[in-house]
Design a protein around this ligand. Structure first.
Ligand code: DX5
Ligand code: ZN
Length: 223
């Protein structure tokens, strides 16, 4: 993988010190923000007002991951904030094609996420509507869960489909990404990596980001 990106997730940051926590990851490619509504997932995090404050505190692009019901209704407002990308879950969207188009029309990259057990094949025809596809490598809802290797074949199939589509689509993975699991995800074809606990749990977050980047780029990634 020649071009890879590391998006630390602030879910594992200290929410009482967000400005300092954002500074710790200034060498990252973007900040991943997990929005949870206690309905789509059994956890509640933050929403528009906090994201507005985050935007003022960082110059990094914002990668918004919406784990919410009814994204058709709520997602465009996140695009209007100026997020670089807005990701909705396929399992929650009523009209994913319409929503992907609406996100682009609102000036953001359109992105769609699939939970580990959601088949990719039902969504292949809509790949050209997306700027990024997120394959969850844990069940969404919490940081610090172990990477699910059962998603690897889906990452490989998604890589083939994206390459075959001729479109420019980022292939993101989220959940359980460490310096070890990132090698397997990269070898399978992912090029964008969300990492929460492995970055924020490290004494030196910048060092953790650069170790992740190095391991994702290694050609002999799988041992
Ligand atoms: C989980 C979130 C992830 C989470 C990842 O539902 O979508 O972004 O922060 O955390 P780690 O890297 O600790 O698995
Ligand atoms: Zn996430």
């Amino acid at each position: 993988m020649t071009n890879c990106a590391i998006h630390p997730s602030i879910l594992s940051a200290d929410f009482a010190r967000l400005a300092q926590e954002l500074e710790r990851i200034s060498s990252a490619d973007a900040v991943h923000v997990d929005v949870m509504d206690n309905h789509f997932v059994p956890n509640l995090t933050l929403g528009l007002p906090v994201i507005e404050a985050i935007m003022k505190a960082t110059s990094l692009p914002l990668d918004i991951h919406l784990m919410i019901e009814d994204p058709d209704r709520w997602a465009p407002a996140y695009a209007d904030l100026g997020a670089d990308s807005v990701t909705f879950h396929a399992e929650a969207a009523k009209a994913p094609v319409r929503l992907a188009r609406e996100l682009r029309a609102h000036g953001t990259k359109s992105a769609m996420a699939l939970k580990p057990a959601t088949p990719l094949e039902s969504y292949l025809d809509m790949l050209p509507e997306l700027d990024m596809l997120l394959l969850m490598t844990v069940e969404p809802g919490f940081g610090g869960q172990p990477f699910l290797d059962l998603v690897i074949p889906k990452i490989e199939r998604a890589r083939k489909a994206i390459d075959g589509s001729g479109a420019t689509i980022t292939l993101q993975v989220d959940g359980g990404i460490t310096t070890e699991t990132i090698k397997r995800a990269a070898a399978a074809g992912a090029d964008n990596f969300v990492a929460g606990s492995s970055v924020y749990g490290a004494a030196d977050a910048a060092e953790a980001i650069s170790a992740l980047r190095n391991n994702a780029q290694r050609k002999d990634s799988v041992e």
